[in-house]
Design a protein around this ligand. Structure first.
Ligand code: CP
Ligand code: NVA
Length: 302
């Protein structure tokens, strides 16, 4: 399948919601990520030789920041890590002007922001590719590594079933979108008031046991995302029946894997026994952020 028309017809490519790359292009990208992983460090890419990539982080990050920074370096580029406060954005310069100016210097911009609208505006006004490094609504880079991990573990993607249990948040939404592009069924089990919107490309339920029935993977994320801190107490109580524990894992397929985007709070959304147990794929999943994003950047700047 070819990429969506609006993406191929524009002069530059972005990765903001994850809907920009679909079907065959996504498989090519995952193959390339696997190739770079297998051959690392000698099989790489010099797509960024002599070029810089701006990495704007308005929120904390361990995996996304380190994988992007390392990945840009491994592709011959210079990663410019910028906090929100380091930029004139913090003093009122517009996101549009920031986009215009940055485009004169760098080959691409990745941004983690508390405002999805800002990331959309940045992409609209930048003449270089913009990568969403997490907004409250989407986390497409995570979903790319999730698909890579599933493909690596099961040898293919078509027909797999992933049960996401917990908050219907950015990670759940991006997983559902990415899964729908490659034939992976995503079921999201979330309590009332925390579910993804109707029309999201996932099977929506409030019953975790129903979601994990026949699942090849169970997927968790924190109950309190960045920006949700004010409602933390209510959330922790509402999500109590949605903990991923050994009973829930036993209700999935026998060889099911456990996934989590991390950071995890063992004892809260997932038990330590499951997180650190033999079915856990979370450390490979974290590593795959690097490989998947390198393939993504190579495609976007190419
Ligand atoms: N999974 C993920 O995006 O982790 P960080 O918040 O540490 O980047
Ligand atoms: N849903 C979490 C993901 C962290 C990687 C958050 O937005 O904080």
């Amino acid at each position: 399948m070819s990429e969506p028309a609006e993406q191929s017809e524009r002069s530059k490519k972005d990765y903001v919601t994850g809907e920009e790359i679909s079907g065959g292009r996504l498989f090519t990208l995952l193959d390339r990520a696997e190739e770079m992983k297998r051959g690392r460090p000698s099989v790489g890419s010099d797509a960024l030789a002599g070029r810089s990539v701006a990495l704007i982080f308005e929120k904390p990050s361990t995996r996304t920041r380190i994988s992007l920074e390392t990945g840009v370096f491994e592709m011959g580029g210079h990663p410019l890590v910028l906090t929100g406060e380091a930029l004139q954005l913090s003093r009122g310069e517009s996101i549009e002007d920031t986009a215009r100016v940055m485009s004169r210097f760098v080959a691409a911009i990745a941004i983690r922001s508390g405002s999805h609208e800002d990331v959309v505006a940045l992409a609209e006004h930048a003449s270089v590719p913009v990568i969403n490094a997490l907004t409250p609504e989407f986390h497409p880079c995570q979903a790319l590594a999730d698909l890579m991990t599933l493909k690596e573990r099961f040898g293919g993607l078509d027909g797999l079933k992933v049960a996401y249990v917990g908050d219907g948040n950015n990670v759940a939404r991006s997983l559902a979108i990415a899964g729908s592009m490659v034939g992976v069924e995503v079921a999201v089990a979330a309590p009332d008031g925390y579910q993804l919107e109707d029309g999201a490309p996932a099977v929506l339920t409030d019953d975790p046991y129903k979601a994990v029935h026949g699942a090849d993977a169970i997927y968790g994320d924190v109950w309190v995302s960045m920006g949700d801190e004010r409602t933390a107490e209510a959330r922790i109580s509402d999500f109590e029946p949605y903990r991923i524990d050994s009973d829930l894992l036993a209700a999935a397929k026998k060889d099911a894997i456990v996934m989590h985007c991390l950071p995890a709070h063992p004892g809260e959304e997932i038990t330590a026994e499951v997180l650190y147990g033999p079915q856990s794929a979370v450390w490979d999943q974290a590593e795959n952020r690097l490989h998947a994003q390198k393939a993504l950047i190579e495609y976007l700047v190419g």
